[in-house]
Design a protein around this ligand. Structure first.
Ligand code: GTP
Length: 367
């Protein structure tokens, strides 16, 4: 339900969340579940974003789906339980970010100058959306992007601005960036501007729409705020994001009581097992004697045998880890099995239902 203190400006805004990507960097977990629906700090990742929108005062959200589209409506229905009205649009062919946004235009209900907030469905951000909306309205921008400063902008396209926040260019990845500012994946379109995106073909907002608006002399505004920001597209970032939400490093309305770990009420955790650093132990999990679970996400019905260690890893539903095995920065697909006395590290991934026999892999860095 909308926060009573919410800004009235937010109530006029609508939101679109792009959730149609394949999530290839999170395979095999995303082979069955789309990335925004992976459990993160106890709920589907998307729930954190939806509740933040509701808390801001936004009431209408359109989900731009493509890959595994049916999963979203099955889970959220009309959105009423979250205090939202949720609509779904499905692309038969993936249309990219810009095409996906354009494709939902006829589901928006506001007038031509309504602010439409667009979120990438894989970004955790603690920035002040109301302040971004205010800036958008104040300067009457065509688009207002949340910009965040990053330590190493070389891996991203960067977005230089003038002193008043006016964006001057969208620059591709380069070894010598001119600014540390990057597009944080939350932008506000004026509705009539959104409707100028071409229909029926893939369009990238970053490569085509934003540069096109600049070339046409439209006001493209940067809203810089160096709040918590994380793209959870990789396994390492996904576990970090979940642990940050569990510990309250980033507050989410979906995490009622931040703490060292989130353990489902029906999970069985041995008395001398150690579970911490923001780990999540899902429903039906069993953690045996002496096991260590640190900074990891265990989906439902995961079984970890005695003396095993699981660090910074994601374990899919029904995965099993044998005695004394050690996992660091690993991903286990649903129903997979790591036998006793194995060591997996450095991004190792086991496919769904795969079986690693006892004492098969030892990880020896530098050996
Ligand atoms: P990777 O395959 O691991 O790169 O992940 P991804 O498929 O999610 O791609 P990326 O991280 O670049 O996508 C950013 C956001 O846009 C995510 O929220 C995606 O769900 C979303 N997205 C990407 N492509 C499409 C698309 O064609 N249509 C829609 N509706 N959303 C998309």
């Amino acid at each position: 339900m909308a926060d009573p203190a919410a800004d009235p400006l937010a109530a006029q805004a609508e939101a679109v969340i792009l959730v149609g990507g394949q999530g290839s960097r999170l395979r095999p977990l995303t082979l069955t579940t789309p990335k925004p629906m992976l459990p993160c700090a106890g709920v589907p990742f998307l729930t954190h974003q939806l509740l933040r929108l509701a808390e801001t005062g936004i009431e209408h959200v359109v989900l731009a789906t493509s890959y595994r589209a049916e999963v979203f409506a099955e889970h959220y229905g009309d959105g009423g339980e979250l205090g939202l009205a949720i609509d779904y649009v499905t692309e038969t062919e993936p249309l990219g970010t810009g095409g996906g946004i354009r494709n939902v235009a006829d589901r928006l209900t506001g007038g031509p100058d309504t602010p439409v907030v667009i979120l990438n469905g894989d970004v955790l951000s603690g920035h002040d959306l109301t302040a971004q909306l205010r800036m958008h309205r104040e300067v009457d921008a065509a688009v207002t992007l949340h910009l965040v400063g990053v330590e190493d902008p070389r891996a991203f396209g960067c977005v230089p601005t003038e002193a008043d926040g006016r964006v001057t260019a969208f620059l591709e990845k380069t070894p010598e960036p001119v600014t540390d500012q990057i597009n944080a994946g939350c932008y506000i379109f004026r509705r009539d501007v959104l409707e100028t995106i071409p229909t029926g073909r893939p369009v990238s907002v970053e490569r085509e729409t934003f540069p096109g608006l600049l070339a046409a002399g439209s006001r493209v505004q940067g809203y810089r705020e160096d709040a918590y920001w994380l793209d959870v597209g990789t396994p390492a970032a996904f576990v970090r994001g979940s642990a940050d939400l569990v510990r309250g490093v980033l507050r989410s309305p979906a995490v009622a009581a931040p703490g060292p770990a989130l353990i489902a009420p029906d999970a069985l955790v041995a008395e001398d097992a150690q579970v911490g650093d923001g780990s999540v132990i899902g429903p039906g999990c069993v953690i045996s004697a002496g096991a260590v679970i640190s900074g990891s996400v265990l989906f439902e019905n995961v079984w970890v045998a005695a003396g095993a260690e699981v660090r910074s890893s994601v374990l899919g539903a029904g995965a099993r880890v044998g005695e004394r095995s050690a996992l660091t920065d690993a991903v286990l697909g649903d129903q997979s099995l790591v036998g006793n006395d194995n060591e997996l590290a450095a991004g190792a991934r086991l496919w769904a239902s795969a079986v690693l026999p006892d004492a098969t892999i030892r990880f020896s860095p530098g050996a």
